[in-house]
Design a protein around this ligand. Structure first.
Ligand SMILES: *Cc1c(COP(=O)(O)O)cnc(C)c1O
Length: 431
């Protein structure tokens, strides 16, 4: 086996004492001046490196890394990943449209997940010729069969099984227990595969599982795959030979800025998956999202106001919960660092946005170095579920996005304009 790619330092770093925070070789102070704030900045180098870690870890078997588009659906990032051999995990027709826009020849590398696919979305994916539908209910399987028959296009499907495995993560992003809305009870799956074995419009192509997101331990992945592999074996003995096992995504990162050895994490994950797969010799699909892009991204914001209320100090930035909702939605932690640190001792502050909600905060009672109005701060590890979950709440314009590759920074999404926002709305008197 070839050597794994050498892990590079965190993409966000201070190259020398007194110099501003950089992404790779590019200063965030320069980018903020050029593109204004709030601004998402991503390291293309780290995203490519993370993809290579997975590809390397599974190099000894037929595999496909299907990047979970919902984590960060920027066309430039999809294009970058497609160019390096990635496939995609999508959860809507809109995401398929994005993949086909970024990489028109990638349709054959797409898996389609999600608990509520509509007939038009299924038709679109059938016509595009995607690799596999990950079906989450009996009703969906019936709908898929009906659409495939109507279009005279056979559908490759996998049942997304619910393995009833507990994974320690935030309850909103845990999905692998029987009480969750996701997947088909693994005890029902065998009968369901058998019930459609004679349907000429349905090809039982694989089986899939996805137990949740931001899972830090490899053990539940292995446990889930082991249950899936057992099902694959039972089906084979009954004459149903599945070609693919889709292990889903969910591998977590460290949001607390400690030393993080991504290569070791992926190796540990791969070992657990391989262990669980036992003798399975078909294709392995995996669907990482967060792990590929989270640590590659930062949200750069400018401090508007520093104010004291009672004995609390509030640092109010021009970024808000509409730009990055993870702290408000999941009580998520993001490290916050000044772009150009000032000398002096750290004080506990709340870092908040201008939105009219008390839930609009990035950090509470966080020790930060001295900060003044006009300073820039970077919210780290914001590359996943950042802009992807953003909104226009408070009629705020969504940030621009910049992709940094080596010493080159390219704008990949311009800042929205008020005209963009108002365009879909209709004048009451004109209709
Ligand atoms: C969200 C999701 C993923 C990606 O999860 P991450 O935690 O970002 O890796 C993969 N597969 C499915 C089905 C998902 O819903």
């Amino acid at each position: 086996m070839t050597k794994p790619p050498a892990p590079s330092p965190r993409p966000f770093h201070y190259p020398a004492p007194g110099s501003p925070l950089h992404c790779g070789k590019v200063s965030l102070a320069t980018l903020a001046r050029r593109y204004q704030t709030p601004l998402y900045v991503y390291s293309a180098d780290q995203i490519a490196e993370r993809l290579a870690l997975f590809q390397h870890a599974f190099a000894s078997r037929d595999h496909l890394v299907c990047y979970a588009v919902k984590a960060n659906s920027a066309l430039a990032i999809l294009k970058l990943l497609a160019g390096r051999g990635a496939g995609f995990d999508i959860v809507s027709g809109g995401e398929l449209q994005r993949v086909l826009t970024a990489a028109p020849d990638a349709a054959g590398r797409v898996v389609f997940s999600g608990v509520g696919k509509t007939a038009p979305e299924i038709d679109f994916a059938l016509n595009a010729g995607i690799l596999q539908f990950n079906v989450e209910s009996e009703a969906e399987l019936a709908l898929l069969a009906a659409r495939a028959r109507k279009l005279q296009l056979p559908a490759r499907f996998a049942l997304r099984v619910n393995p009833d495995v507990f994974a320690d993560t935030h309850p909103y992003i845990s999905t692998g227990l029987r009480e969750h809305k996701f997947g088909i009870d693994i005890r029902r799956a065998r009968a369901l595969y058998k019930s459609v074995a004679r349907n000429r419009w349905l090809e039982a192509h694989g089986v899939s599982v996805h137990i949740g997101s931001q899972i830090r331990s490899a053990q539940p992945f292995g446990q889930a795959i082991e249950r899936v592999a057992k099902l694959v074996g039972q089906l084979r003995r009954e004459g149903i030979v599945l070609k693919a096992v889709d292990a889903g995504g969910g591998l977590g990162i460290d949001y607390h800025g400690g030393p993080f050895d991504a290569a070791a994490k992926v190796a540990e994950y791969a070992a657990a998956v391989e262990d669980g797969l036992a003798g399975f010799e078909g294709q392995l699909l995996i669907e990482p999202g967060r792990f590929l892009v989270a640590q590659a991204g930062a949200l750069v914001a400018r401090v508007l106001v520093v104010k004291r209320n009672g004995n609390k100090t509030f640092v109010i930035t021009d970024a808000a919960m509409n730009d990055l909702i993870r702290p408000a939605l999941y009580q998520a932690h993001h490290d916050i660092v000044p772009v150009s640190p000032r000398a002096g001792s750290a004080h506990a502050v709340d870092v908040v946005g201008p939105v009219c909600e008390s839930g609009d905060f990035f950090a509470r009672d966080r020790k930060l170095a001295p900060i003044k109005p006009g300073d820039l701060v970077a919210l780290l590890d914001a590359g996943a579920y950042g802009l992807a979950q953003s909104s226009n709440y408070n009629t705020r314009l969504r940030p621009a996005e910049v992709l940094v590759e080596g010493s080159k920074a390219r704008l990949i999404r311009r800042r929205e304009t008020i005209a963009d926002l108002l365009a879909p709305e209709l004048d009451l008197d004109a209709n």
